[in-house]
Design a binder for this molecule. Structure first.
Ligand SMILES: *Cc1c(COP(=O)(O)O)cnc(C)c1O
Length: 403
């Protein structure tokens, strides 16, 4: 008998990718998450659900997004060919709507009244508020005060889209605390709320479900790249916060002969607290309901993290990313704040594309790789556009210093 494809084998029925994943939950939520899993496996595999989601992708989100050959950037670097999967052109300006529309559609089938979630850069919050408006559901978004200040335009967007934004004022006041806060609110009324996790993290079935909803990115990119070049890409590059845009692209290529690079944020340096490179510097640990690789203090608590890109500063990483990395199927690499900012401006200058600071990490690594592999192709997931970051970048890294 033939071996089953990777995507059907991972995760197992308990949500494990090797030893990573699972569902570490308070007893009163165990049944809730089992029900979500069952609903996803039945409803999510029904013809009606699949057709409705495909219709949304095409007519509402504006998919497929293009794959684009970045000619001038490639010439500037003087090496391997760089291609961009343009998730910045997806409605709301990032890949996150791919899983939000899927999650909201499932919530709608389940008769839930309200979507609840955390957000870092605000991209997941905007995407979820968009999905809530589309389906006529209520929406509550928890966001750290540090991120609220930094990502002001996204806060306004969420409000305009009808979502309630709950500021989180404890701890580091960024993504990790926002998850804690949203989870606590969800626990109070799990019957009526649907917790729409913003990445391939959290308890089973979310890492699987979000990956599957994101897999459209890789499915499209594979076809488009082949049509364009008659070949498979030699290398894939994506930035990793939780790992959803990366899994979206990677999932179509796990069994293909290409090298895969997961780009983590090295922030200001290699010391604990200066970065959020969980795969590179982390140890096994449980956070937010799943077992994975995590940046931790000596007592095992999650370490403080930093990245210039709010969407990447999370002290852990999705279990599938941890698994693929430990199996050496993917390579974890790191890009620091300065390198990301330089790539941000390079993409502006040479391609007329303002990337999200998160995506700029992937671009920065692709440029390094292009120098190392001058005869190969590199497909980058350009996870989002940078409109949300322009105020911050202009103040902290003025264009006149870079262009
Ligand atoms: C949220 C976000 C990320 C990081 O999240 P992943 O789950 O790792 O993809 C990357 N890029 C953009 C544009 C984002 O909004």
């Amino acid at each position: 008998m033939n071996k089953k494809p990777y995507l059907q084998t991972f995760p197992n029925s308990e949500g494990y990718f090797g030893k990573y994943g699972g569902a570490f939950l308070p007893p009163e939520l165990i049944e809730q998450f089992k029900d979500i899993n069952k609903a996803y496996l039945t409803i999510g595999n029904s013809h009606n659900f699949i057709m409705e989601l495909r219709d949304i992708r095409k007519h509402y989100q504006g998919r497929p997004t293009p794959v684009y050959y970045a000619k001038r950037l490639t010439e500037y670097v003087g090496g391997g060919r760089i291609y961009l999967k343009r998730e910045d052109l997806n409605h709301t300006g990032a890949h996150k709507l791919n899983h939000c529309m899927g999650e909201a559609l499932l919530a709608n089938y389940l008769g839930k009244k309200k979507l609840i979630a955390e957000t870092g850069a605000g991209q997941h919050g905007v995407a979820l508020a968009t999905a809530a408006a589309y389906f006529g559901l209520e929406c509550e978004i928890h966001m750290g005060e540090v991120d609220i200040e930094k990502e002001h335009p996204n806060v306004i967007r969420m409000k305009m889209l009808g979502a309630k934004v709950v500021p989180v004022s404890f701890g580091g006041r960024t993504l990790k605390e926002a998850v804690d806060s949203a989870f606590e609110a969800f626990m109070k009324d799990p019957e009526n709320l649907f917790y729409a996790i913003g990445s391939v993290v959290g308890p089973h079935p979310f890492p699987m479900m979000v990956r599957d909803f994101q897999s459209i990115v890789g499915i499209e990119a594979k076809e488009q790249f082949f049509e364009m070049t008659g070949n498979q890409p030699d290398n894939l590059v994506a930035c990793v916060g939780g790992g959803s845009n990366a899994m979206g692209l990677f999932s179509a290529f796990i069994e293909e002969p290409c090298e895969i690079y997961a780009v983590e944020p090295l922030g200001k340096g290699t010391k604990l607290g200066e970065h959020a490179a969980s795969l590179t510097y982390g140890k096994e640990g449980v956070l937010h309901g799943f077992n994975s690789i995590m940046l931790q203090n000596e007592d095992g608590s999650p370490a403080p993290v930093h990245s210039v890109a709010s969407g990447l500063d999370y002290p852990s990483v999705g279990p599938e990313q941890a698994y693929l990395n430990r199996e050496n199927r993917t390579h974890a690499v790191a890009i620091d704040d300065d390198e990301a900012i330089r790539a941000f401006y390079d993409l502006c200058k040479y391609e007329g594309i303002i990337p999200a600071l998160e995506s700029a990490h992937a671009v920065a690594y692709a440029m390094k790789l292009a120098k190392e592999k001058p005869y190969e192709s590199i497909l980058v997931n350009l996870s989002g556009r940078g409109d949300k970051d322009i105020d911050f970048v202009e103040k902290a890294y003025p264009p006149e210093n870079y262009l």
